[in-house]
Design a protein around this ligand. Structure first.
Ligand code: CTP
Length: 398
């Protein structure tokens, strides 16, 4: 699935060393289906050449307000007319000040003033003192008031050797922000708690009993919820995935640890989506030290007790503390029968079913949605696309 299919973006570059990151950003965003027209200021051309962006975008780069390649010499008007957004990355201190003033003294600034209702997104990039300066902060506040969407800046090592706020977001973070920008904000202002991945029950310090779960579905839902405007808390068992941009992740190992973490957070949440594949039992006689083989080669005798049911416990919270609860059911047979029974047993308004053998570790999934009015089958699609559809669907219940 290409998250930016059919999007036409104007990428504006202004003077800053972060220009090198914009080349990588453009490549990654093209992978998602976007087309770019690049506009560079004179300052940007001190850091990277137009040739680089012409080669990457496959289109001529615009640098000059007085460019007679356009028949009527009005590139500053035509460029933005059917664009989906103008993204300025990096946006320098100077360019931000000029934007806030409404100056129109080169192609990029003129284009911004003449853009009409084309959205403007800026990714500031500067030294921490320049970012903290009252004039810059005043200009940023003014731009936000004018409806400009400001992404970042990030914090950390700066090209000048100092450390602090002001560095431009990384290419993949800018891409995540751009994709999020185009998503409907159906969960704006909502707090969403998601469990994902397997749990791992210790047998000894080396060995665990776990479930087969890659975490891909839960992480895709966390990403989609962030893109829909939610504040996202992800409680994750052991998986090999990066936390989706913008989400807060807490690692847990055992089901009991996941239970304690979730019960602590749940009363302050609007939505709880329980995607984790939780182990049903834990080992009550887990060993403090590695279990060694003995001379008779006897297998260790493990004893089990049931784990708490995290979803059922959240669904049983008093109404004032209870988030809207969404369960998952991965079944290997009789999906409709098992999922309907599970929804009632767990006491949740919405349950999402799929066939484990099709979904496990796969990049695609086919979801079946169960609520009090019955069930509906969704098409087989990427987990990202299914997650976006699910998030929009959940928003309708709130
Ligand atoms: N779940 C949970 N805590 C558990 C077990 C399951 O929160 N201890 C949640 C899962 O995250 C999922 C839903 O309950 O949202 C169903 O999980 P599943 O493992 O399919 O159901 P079980 O209750 O374990 O039933 P069974 O193993 O009999 O299918």
């Amino acid at each position: 699935m290409q998250a930016l299919a059919n999007k036409r973006i104007i990428l504006g570059l202004t003077g800053g060393i972060a220009c090198y990151k914009s080349a990588e950003f453009l490549r990654r965003a093209q992978d998602q289906g976007a087309t770019f027209d690049v506009v560079m200021t004179a300052g940007a051309q001190q850091f990277i050449t137009p040739m680089t962006f012409q080669a990457l975008s496959g289109r001529p780069v615009h640098t000059d307000l007085w460019d007679n390649r356009s028949a009527d010499n009005m590139a500053h008007i035509h460029l933005s007319r059917d664009a989906d957004a103008i993204l300025i990355a990096p946006a320098s201190t100077n360019f931000i000040a000029r934007l806030a003033q409404g100056l129109a003294d080169d192609l990029l600034s003129t284009l911004c003033v003449a853009r009409g209702d084309c959205p403007l997104i800026i990714a500031p990039a500067m030294n921490k003192e320049m970012w903290a300066h009252p004039a810059t902060q005043r200009n940023i506040a003014q731009l936000k008031a004018d409806g400009v969407h400001v992404i970042g800046p990030g914090s950390g090592d700066q090209a000048c050797g100092e450390i602090g706020d002001g560095r431009m977001l990384e290419p993949m973070q800018i891409l995540a922000e751009l994709i999020a920008f185009f998503q409907p904000k159906s969960l704006a202002g909502k707090r969403v708690l998601i469990t994902a991945g397997p749990t791992a029950e210790p047998i000894d310090p080396i060995r665990t009993i776990t479930n087969r779960s890659s975490g891909k579905m839960g992480y895709a839902i966390a990403e989609a919820a962030y893109q829909a405007g939610a504040e996202v808390h992800l409680v994750s068992g052991p998986v090999r995935l990066e936390a989706p941009y913008g989400t807060k992740r807490q690692w847990v190992q055992s089901a009991r640890e996941m239970h304690a973490t979730v019960m602590n957070l749940a009363p302050n949440m609007d939505v709880f989506i329980s995607v984790a594949a939780v182990a049903d039992w834990y080992v009550t006689n887990a060993s403090q030290h590695k279990i060694k083989k003995n001379a008779e080669q006897n297998a260790p005798m493990l004893e089990f007790a049931p784990n708490p049911d995290i979803l059922a416990d959240v669904a049983a919270l008093p109404q004032a503390q209870r988030p809207f609860c969404v369960g998952f059911a991965a079944e290997t047979e009789k999906l409709i029968e098992h999922a309907q029974a599970k929804r009632l047993r767990k006491g949740v308004p919405l349950l999402v079913g799929n066939l484990a053998q099709q979904a496990m570790d796969a990049d695609d999934t086919q979801l079946m949605i169960f609520d009090e009015s019955g069930h509906q089958q969704w098409p087989a699609q990427s987990k990202q696309k299914a997650a976006q559809q699910l998030v929009q669907h959940i928003a309708r219940y709130l």
